[in-house]
Every structure is written in C-alpha cells, then in structure tokens.
Design a protein around this ligand. Structure first.
Ligand code: ADP
Ligand code: ZN
Ligand code: ZN
Length: 717
C-alpha cells in the first residue's frame, strides 16, 4: 500500500493551484524531506509537508503520481523552518511552495539525487570523471577556502556604553533595539553578543544580517577575524545574491548541518536553515533593502522578530536612525522591544557639525555654493577626504529643447530618459531602454538641446573643473572619483574603488546613497548633500524619514577616526545645501536629534492614522491599459463586497489609482491601498480574498491583465 505525501512545490505564479500537492510514495517520508516531483511535463524540487488538517479527498479512479526522487543525504528541514515558511506564506499572501522553494539554494532546484550525492561526497572520492564545469566550480571554492585565517585580533575593551548595553542583552529576553550613533561601536556589541551565545552552547548558531551585499565584506572580515581562529574556517559563512550557486549551496549546507556557527547575509539569509539558532542580529534595521520588492514581498526584519520569538532566540535590531515602527515598538510605554542607547562615538570622536547653506542666498544656478567649495578645497590641501552625496546617477535627469519643449521621454515608460555623458546615451532607469543622444532636437531640429538638472556624472565634472588648480599635500592635483551603480557594474569593481578611497588615492568622492551607508571610512572629514530637497516634496509619507536616515547615515561617514581627526586638527562637518533651512528634517538633523525627529513624525502618523498606528496592504495590477489595470482592482473590491468577506467592515479599501510611475516597459500600473486599525483583521481579510483574486484573474474579461500582486506592509504607497 503506497503512502500519500503532501508536497510544497513552486507552481507557476499565475496558477491558483492550492497549497500542497499530493503524491504517492513507497515509503513514509517525514515532513521536511526534500523530494523531486513530476508536475505536468516537468520535474520540480519540493518539500514534504505535514498533511493538511482536512486533506482533499482523492476521487475514485484518480491515481496519484509518484514521487520522482528523494534527495537523500540532506536531513529533513526542521519543524521550526517549516513554521517560518508557513508564517511567511500566510502573512505575505504567497503560496507555501513558492516561499519554501525560493528559500532553498537555487542549485538544489535542478539537482538529481546522484548529483547531490556526488556533491556531498568527501572531495577525494569524487576525483575521477569530473566535468570541466565541476572543476572550475571546485577551483572557485578552493580559492575561498585556501585564504588563510587572519590573525586573531585582540579583544577591544568595551566602552562604558557598550558594556552597559551588553549587560542588558545578557540579562533580558529582548527583542532589543540598539539605538547607537554612527561609530558608537554597535558591531563590537554584535560580536560580543554572538560570542556569548556560542560560549553558552557548543552547538548554538547566530544569524547576522546586513542590508546590502556591498556592506558584507567589511563585516565579514571582522567576524572572520574574531571567530574563525576559535571555531575554524567553516564556522562563518555568508549568504547573499553576489555569490555563485555552488558557494550558496555550500554555505547553506554548512548552516543546515550545524557546521556553520555564524551566518552573515542579506535579507535572503532570514530563511537559512539553522536548527540551533540562538541569536539574530539585524544591522541597520531601518534599511529598505530588508524588504524584498519582487515576488514574495517579505520584510526580513519583521520575519527576524517572528523567527526569534518562535525559536526562543534573542534578536537585536541595530540602527542610528531606527525605523519609526521599531522606535515606536521600543517606546517604554509600548514596551514591545527593549530600547538600548549608545549615544557617544568611540574614543573622543564627535559627530560632525551640521552646516546648512541657504541656497536662496547663494549665486543663482550654482551647484556648489562658494563656501562649500572653499571647505572642500581646504580639505584637499590638508590631505583629508570629502564625500559628496547626490542620489541621482547619470549626467542630467533629462535633455530639453527650449525652442519646442521636447524632452527626452522614454517611449516605453512615463519617465524621462537620463542623459549619460560618458557614453553619450539616453537611458531609461525604469526599463533600461537606451539610445544614442540625438545631435539635434528630434522635435524641431534645434542643435542646442540642453541637459536639465544634475546627476553624479555632472557633479564629478564640475568638481574636477573647480578643483583643477588645487593641490594635495604631495603636490599632485586633486583627484575626484565617483561611485554609483554605473561605475560599479563589473563584479568586484566596487570593492576596488572603495579600496582606492581607503588607500587615500581619492580626495573627493562623489556618490549616490551607495556610499552613504555603513562604510568605515577613516579619512573623510567632510560630507555634503548638494541637492537633498526634492525628497521634501515627495507624495510618499515615508520620504522625510528616508531623507533623515540617509543624511544622518551620510553624516556618520565623517570624522569616524578620532585620532586622525585630532592629528589633523580638523573639524568634521556635514554640509547641506537647501532652499528650506527651516524645515524640521534639517533642524533636527543639525542637532543630531533623531528622537525629536521621530517624535514629530510619529505624532503626524498618529494624527493621519498611518503606520505604525494602522496597518496597510497594497493590491497592484499591471495591464496593457490603465483602464484594464484599474478595472481589475475595482472588480476585486466588488467581488469582496458581493461575497461578504470576513472582516470587510474593518478594512478600508481606497479606490484604485495609477502608480506614481504609471507606465514601465509599456505596461500600465495601478494600485489600491487597504488600511485597517487591526493587523489580524487585515490579514484574515486578505487570506479570504486571495482565492477570489485568483478566480477573477482567470476570467475572460480580465485577459488584458498582466499580473496582480499583494504587498503587505508596503514601504511606499
Ligand atoms: P557602528 O557600527 O556603531 O557605526 P563600529 O562598530 O563600526 O560602529 O565602530 C566604529 C569604530 O570603533 C570601528 O573602527 C571599531 O573598530 C572601533 N571600536 C568599536 N568598539 C571599540 C572599543 N570598545 N574600543 C576601541 N575601538 C572600538
Ligand atoms: Zn526642439
Ligand atoms: Zn523606460
């Protein structure tokens, strides 16, 4: 008598196939077992799951297909991991199979049991008959393994603030919000907290998350230096999308088997299989990168809180500018998180002085105000570095003809094509459409088409011109470099360019938000935001929060090394060029007063009934026409009303509207906001609604629909 197994598989996104598929198998497979199963003509990776409470009756005469293969050699995934996947699927309105399979290393998806067995075999046994591909992969891995462990670094004596915070973490269950200034030594606290859990239990594991891949190398180095000498090479592994598939599988297996004691990674690491998880750290917890913006739109930070509670682990969220959600949760009156503060920088380093330049008092059209240029010049002459921040790459956001008003619009999107001077192209940053710059205006033949507005490329050019006669202490001319998505396309180029900055080869660095976060620059004493105002006029209610964070983080790059600053006799400064020097964002920033800023913002959110005082979800529809997109959303609302879905009276559904960038790559986009005062009402409503949305999507009147999706706790509306 064959057994019936229930398997979570990733079915195609447009299909409404239920949560689990049933297969027959000669043996009883424990939940968590990895299997390969047939689906249509294909064979897919799946995870054996618990039988549903009320399994679908299998109609007489229908014969279940058999499991194609069992991936033996990998221990079944734990109940804790399956609970995490179930929760994420339920909360973010996706199928169990999608979350489960995307949470596994991609290489497992196409592996046969034989390939897996070879992969798991000790290296020697698999020596003969290797494909060239397998050999190169092994070459890559060897190189990673063969780098010798760095020497053990002596333990730093904790500062008084670090010690106090560490004691609190030891003595309380958490969750903790570590609110520590930039340069206050949060990383050292994480290292100690990890050490403590590893010391307490010889099998314990820790998960440490950072928002972006480009921040992992520095953190990786510090964790490797601290823990590899104690626990061996395999003890610290990374997980991020910059790794090759074989590397990812290797890290995943090390975590799954318990060999890895510490997993460092980006948001995807939240789904790592860690059977002995004891601590989760979420560094820069406010960062938007923790929110996955494609496919299953989960928040790794929020899942970290859930996973820690479910697994009885501690969790530390760290930031100099916490998200308003976490700040609110750690309000002593709310008391969901324990707030721990480290206001001072390490050593005698002080936070940079913030200088607001009122641009209405400066020469018209100047990108750099004269006093700012003077301050940068002074730094170059002293051999100090400056960082110029502008969140817009390219030379100019748009080309423009003054005669006929022609603008370089993207033919496929409701957006301008950005002028890139370096390769004389017009590029759309939404769909990627690229054209040569026209010689004359395509509208009227005018040869004088002009760049409008500034991008990083133009700032670099402008600075090179302004500083052309300025010399460094060694007599060389000032060097201006730029780091943004355009200069760092090639693998490894970001690390290379950062290394040049660290080595002092660069005097002035122009960059986007990419360089504003996290980096431990030692010689930067001036940071300037040249045109930050546009965020003040955004319709997105989170824009001020994001601007404040970005500027505070950017300020955190200046004057990090107290000894250097002292030896130079320098005064670290953060310059902000603005037309609104009285704006509350800037006045709070000038005092480095995050609490005042947060208090004000939270009051506004409370008055307006916005998160964290309300809960939101967005339903988005993409279609061939805006009418079809909005039509689907309107029909979705109607169907919810007609069906009398539960909790409908607790959920406010706004009318559909076009998205801010309405058309991308010839697809029209619309969205609809849902709001509720109660999280579980919103969730229950969404869960009941799902199957109606799938049903509606399959109707012939919605065939112009390209896709629909639900975004729970959206980051921007
Ligand atoms: P944060 O993560 O809060 O911005 P870091 O952890 O990067 O700050 O610390 C800033 C700098 O101070 C780093 O160079 C770090 O090595 C150093 N540091 C941290 N803690 C100590 C300590 N207790 N004693 C001396 N130096 C420290
Ligand atoms: Zn023209
Ligand atoms: Zn486009």
């Amino acid at each position: 008598m064959p057994h019936i197994v229930h398997v979570a598989v990733q079915t195609p996104a447009h299909s409404a196939v239920g949560e689990l598929l049933s297969y027959s198998c000669d043996e009883a497979l424990p939940p968590g077992t990895l299997v390969r199963v047939p689906l249509g003509k294909r064979e897919l990776l799946g995870v054996v799951w618990e039988a549903p409470a009320t399994p679908d009756a299998i109609p007489d005469g229908v014969e279940l297909r058999g499991i194609a293969a069992v991936l033996r050699g990998i221990e079944p995934l734990s109940l804790g991991w399956r609970r995490l996947v179930s929760f994420a699927a339920h909360y973010y309105q996706r199928s169990l199979g999608e979350i489960a399979v995307t949470a596994l290393p991609p290489q497992l998806r196409d592996m046969t049991p034989e390939q897996l067995a070879r992969r798991l075999a000790p290296p020697k046994a698999a020596k003969s008959g290797k494909s060239r591909k397998a050999k190169t992969e092994e070459g890559i891995e060897k190189a990673a393994i063969d780098t010798p462990p760095p020497p053990d670094t002596p333990l730093l004596a904790l500062s008084a603030e670090q010690a106090a915070v560490f004691t609190q973490i030891e003595q309380n269950p958490g969750p903790f919000l570590l609110y520590g200034s930039t340069g206050s030594g949060k990383t050292e606290v994480y290292l100690r907290a990890v050490q403590a859990v590893l010391d307490a239990n010889p099998e314990a594991q820790a998960l440490v998350m950072v928002p972006e891949i480009n921040l992992t190398p520095q953190l990786e180095q510090r964790f490797i230096a601290r823990f590899v000498p104690q626990y061996g090479q395999d003890a610290v592994v990374s997980m991020h999308s910059g790794m090759t598939h074989p590397q990812r599988l290797k890290s995943w297996l090390a975590a799954h088997t318990g060999r890895a004691r510490i997993v460092l990674g980006t948001r995807m690491a939240i789904f790592a299989s860690l059977q002995q998880l004891a601590l989760i750290v979420v560094d820069e917890e406010h960062d938007a990168s923790y929110k996955q913006q494609e496919g299953a739109r989960y928040s790794a930070r929020d899942l970290a809180i859930w996973r820690a509670r479910d697994s009885g682990s501690k969790v530390i969220l760290g930031s100099a500018t916490p998200s308003l959600e976490s700040w609110h949760a750690s309000d002593p009156e709310v008391g969901r998180y324990l707030r721990l503060a480290m206001p001072s920088r390490i050593g005698s380093a002080s936070l940079p002085r913030v200088r607001l330049v009122d641009m209405s008092q400066q020469p018209r059209r100047a990108v750099f105000s004269p006093p700012l240029i003077e301050a940068i010049t002074e730094r170059v002459r002293r051999g100090e570095q400056s960082l110029i921040l502008l969140n817009r790459r390219g030379f100019a956001p748009v080309l423009f003809c003054a005669d006929c008003n022609w603008k370089s619009d993207c033919p496929h999107c409701s957006a301008h094509q950005v002028f890139h001077k370096g390769d004389r192209t017009l590029r759309c940053h939404h769909c990627g459409f690229t054209q040569r710059v026209p010689f004359v205006c395509p509208g009227c033949g005018n040869p004088d088409i002009l760049p409008l507005g500034k991008g990083t490329e133009q700032l670099q050019e402008e600075l090179e011109r302004l500083l052309r006669n300025v010399q460094r202490p060694d007599g060389d001319p000032a060097r201006v470099a730029r780091i943004d998505a355009d200069t760092t396309k090639a693998k490894g180029s970001l690390a290379e360019q950062l290394a040049q900055v660290h080595a002092g080869d660069v005097d002035v660095l122009v960059g986007t938000q990419m360089v504003a976060k996290g980096h431990d620059f030692r010689r930067i004493t001036l940071v300037a935001a040249v045109q930050p105002d546009s965020a003040l006029y955004s319709s997105d209610y989170r824009a001020p929060e994001r601007l404040f964070c970005l500027l505070m983080q950017a300020a955190g790059r200046a004057g990090r090394d107290a000894q250097y600053v002292q030896a130079q006799g320098s005064h670290p400064e953060m310059w902000i060029q603005t037309h609104e020097p009285q704006n509350a964002v800037y006045t709070a920033l000038r005092k480095h007063d995050y609490p005042a800023f947060a208090r004000r913002q939270l009051q506004e959110r409370l008055d307006a009934g916005m998160p964290p005082y309300a809960f939101q979800a967005i339903v988005r529809a993409d279609a061939r026409s805006q009418e079809a997109a909005q039509g689907f959303l309107a029909a979705a609302t109607q169907v919810a009303r007609d069906a009398g879905l539960p909790y409908l009276d607790e959920v406010f559904i706004y009318p559909p509207i076009p998205m801010a960038v309405q058309r991308v790559a010839n697809v029209e986009r619309a969205q609809m906001l849902l709001e509720a005062g109660n999280r579980s009402a919103l969730l229950r409503f969404l869960n009941a609604w799902q199957q109606y949305l799938h049903w509606l999507r399959a109707r012939p009147e919605h065939k112009a629909l390209v896709r629909w999706l639900v975004d729970v706790d959206p980051l921007s509306i």
